[in-house]
Design a binder for this molecule. Structure first.
Ligand code: MG
Length: 383
């Protein structure tokens, strides 16, 4: 029987690669709905090729061609995520827009292939509790969490998660190099081709910080039992240590097609878009080193926010995102992203167990405060 899938964020980096996977898998999937932001040309191409029953866009719905059921905005996403005929939803959008539709899908007992980071960073406690109550599986798409998911047989026997990080473009550069980095340098990731926001977060290792928080929620692991190791070749996608000391790692060439395919096909496996075979002999060497916490300060802040819990990770995420946007608009320097995020983080009161509405209120407040700080800094610099 065909597996019925809907994709939220079909025109983004993960969404387009997911459609490549699904195309390769032939008749294994039926696409029920595709949701995109404002890239109407791209969604029209996808409609012509994949014939979804429903399409959702954020605006310009009158320009959508070839689909009879065109939905709009948040209410459209809610409708897609309430459709009980779906077997799995791929949450491939970036940003907080993924959170509410994910909750709706979980309440409707639809399994989730999760690529959206904010869902767990902003509301991991709520989302994982709901998933458990509703018997819903959340299968991670991110290569590190997907690797851990593939290694785990029985989580109660696991003593440690070891998350690998490529180290990004500044791994062997000095702090001064990072301070003077251009946007292009920050976007030149040596291993992975991703969206702009996540690529900047990978350059500062904030992305790894967010992944620590996601791993804590996904696998119910204490922060002290989650390690980060730098592995520049991105061949070992992550590993776990069992209580008897055995370490199991998942290895493969760096390609997002593989974790996407794993997540949407789970628990089955198909050849699909199989990457070329990995050769240990060709790889010749795999390097590992400790992260430089002095240079990549986001790692420590992410552990701190994670351990604090409650709204702390909401604050961390929102302040960083606004600062990254400011960097991408040339308003601040790369290293300022951390400084601004840290300033905002320590200026806020942290609510212990916020509701979803409170999470969105805090997120909004943090974004306003972050932009005020960025603007004040710019004003000072231009005097
Ligand atoms: Mg990752």
């Amino acid at each position: 029987m065909k597996r019925k899938i809907s994709i939220i964020g079909s025109t983004g980096s993960i969404g387009t690669q997911a459609l490549e996977v699904i195309e390769k898998l032939g008749d294994k999937f039926e696409i029920v709905a595709l949701a995109a932001g404002s890239n109407i040309d791209k969604i029209n191409e996808q409609i012509a090729k994949f014939h979804p029953k429903y399409v959702c866009v954020s605006k310009n719905q009158d320009k959508v061609i070839g689909c009879d059921n065109v939905l709009v905005g948040n209410s459209g996403l809610e409708e897609i995520c309430s459709n009980k005929e779906i077997d799995i939803i791929l949450m491939a959008c970036s940003g907080k827009i993924g959170l509410k539709p994910t909750i709706t899908a979980i309440k409707n007992k639809i399994n989730i292939a999760l690529a959206n980071k904010e869902t767990l960073v902003m509301a991991g406690d709520i989302v994982m509790k709901l998933a458990k109550e509703n018997g819903v599986s959340i299968i991670p798409v991110d290569s590190e969490h997907c690797a851990i998911h593939q290694c785990i047989k029985d989580i109660s026997q696991v003593s440690k998660l070891i998350i690998t990080a490529s180290g990004g473009p500044f791994l062997h550069k000095t702090i001064d190099d990072m301070k003077n980095a251009t946007i292009d340098e920050a976007l030149a990731h040596p291993r992975w081709n991703m969206g702009r926001k996540i690529t900047v977060d990978s350059a500062t290792l904030m992305n790894k910080g967010l992944e620590i928080i996601e791993a804590h929620h996904l696998f119910n692991m204490n922060y002290d039992d989650i390690d980060v190791v730098i592995h520049p070749q991105s061949i070992v996608h992550s590993a776990i240590e069992y209580m008897d000391g055995s370490v199991i790692a998942q290895i493969g060439l760096p390609s997002m097609h593989i974790p996407i395919q794993y997540a949407i096909c789970y628990p089955d496996r198909f050849e699909g878009i199989k990457s070329k075979s990995f050769s240990f002999a060709d790889a010749a060497r795999l390097d590992f080193e400790k992260p430089d916490y002095n240079k990549f300060k986001f790692l420590s802040l992410a552990y701190k926010a994670g351990k604090t819990g409650g709204a702390a990770t909401v604050i961390l995420n929102a302040a960083d995102e606004e600062a990254v946007f400011a960097f991408l608009q040339n308003k601040i320097k790369l290293y300022d992203i951390y400084q601004i995020t840290e300033d905002i983080y320590f200026s806020m009161d942290i609510i212990k167990s916020p509701t979803i509405d409170e999470i969105f209120d805090i997120d909004k407040e943090v974004r306003i405060k972050t932009n005020e700080l960025i603007n004040r800094r710019q004003a000072c610099l231009s005097i």
